[in-house]
Design a protein around this ligand. Structure first.
Ligand code: C2E
Ligand code: MG
Ligand code: MG
Ligand code: MG
Length: 288
């Protein structure tokens, strides 16, 4: 199978590895070329207000358009990139491109960028973010940096100072996949997050599992006490949306409102969202 993926050299290099390791090794080699060869593309998924249904922002989610394998999901190649250090190049690319794209959108939309654990260990991360903001002209308040637990536990002091410096730039720092780690509550206690993203594993079962509904409710209460906003991930049905709205969750993201999509499609969505706003304003005016 490796033969269809690359050269004989790769076949020799990967001989003796098991299937999974061989695939990973081949992908790792191709990934270097991918970054240089413009094979990475950013998809954008809308984030919506639970009451008005309006779009409030987009999350940038990277895709790899592999020349022979087609689209490869980040769940597959980000872990590989984390292990071989390529995540730094990928992270730079995603940050720069997402900020550049967002700078041309209507100002009411934010853009969320995922930052991998290894990126967070880099002391110059805030400086890079600051540089990209300056270069693209994006208002720092429109940029959200999403962090996951694994990046926060290894070197806590380093992570804390990095988060503090990012917040000083005016950037929003969000905790991604809340509730899935080993110490979500301890992290909330020790790091100054501006936002919590409830993991979709809880949202997807709010209808079936009383436990999930309880966890979502409790998370919303904690966030409210802390005075920080919440976004619920993975909302696929109107029932899930109603539940979240009734429990006071302000924003959601999920297939119900849109899958991650290429930039051009996201721009069409913005246009429609804008028209909706315009007609809403018309109606309000008509009422007077
Ligand atoms: P994440 O940051 O938690 O992103 C949300 C993931 O949930 C996305 O998967 C999205 O497509 C998916 N999702 C959103 N709504 C729904 C829904 O209603 N139902 C279902 N079943 N899934 C939904 P995706 O794009 O495959 O990304 C997976 C993960 O890969 C991300 O999880 C994030 O951890 C990582 N990732 C993606 N892009 C980047 C990136 O640029 N840099 C880094 N470091 N990680 C990234
Ligand atoms: Mg995320
Ligand atoms: Mg998440
Ligand atoms: Mg997730």
């Amino acid at each position: 199978q490796a033969k269809t993926l690359g050269s004989n050299q790769i076949c020799r290099y990967t001989e003796g590895m098991d299937e999974d390791n061989r695939n990973r090794a081949v992908l790792a080699i191709d990934l270097r070329a991918a970054i240089a060869g413009n094979q990475l593309e950013i998809y954008y998924q809308p984030q919506n207000d639970t009451r008005t249904r309006e779009i409030v922002g987009f999350e940038a989610l990277v895709r790899w358009n592999h020349p022979s394998l087609g689209t490869i999901s980040p769940g597959l190649f980000i872990p590989i990139a984390e292990r071989n250090g390529l995540i730094l190049d990928i992270g730079d690319y995603v940050l720069r491109q997402a900020c550049r794209d967002a700078a041309s959108w209507p100002e009411r939309y934010t853009v969320a960028v995922n930052v991998a654990p290894y990126q967070l260990t880099q002391a110059d991360l805030p400086a890079r973010v600051s540089e990209v903001l300056g270069e693209t002209g994006l208002d720092p308040r429109r940029l959200e940096i999403e962090l996951t637990e694994s990046g926060l536990i290894e070197d806590r002091n380093r992570a804390l100072s990095t988060i503090t410096r990012l917040r000083e730039l005016g950037v929003t720092v969000a905790m991604d996949d809340f509730g899935t780690g080993y110490s979500s509550l301890a992290l909330l206690q020790n790091f100054p997050f501006d936002k919590i993203k409830i993991d979709r594993s809880f949202v997807q079962s709010v209808g079936e599992k009383p436990q999930s509904a309880a966890i979502v409710r409790a998370t919303l209460l904690i966030a409210e006490s802390l005075g920080i906003p919440v976004l619920a991930e993975g909302v696929e049905t109107e029932e899930e949306l109603s539940f979240l709205r009734e429990q006071g969750c302000p924003t959601v993201q999920g297939f119900l409102f849109g899958r991650p999509m290429p930039l051009a499609s996201a721009q069409v969505l913005m246009l429609r969202d804008g028209l909706h706003l315009a007609s809403l304003a018309d109606r309000l005016q008509g009422d007077r």
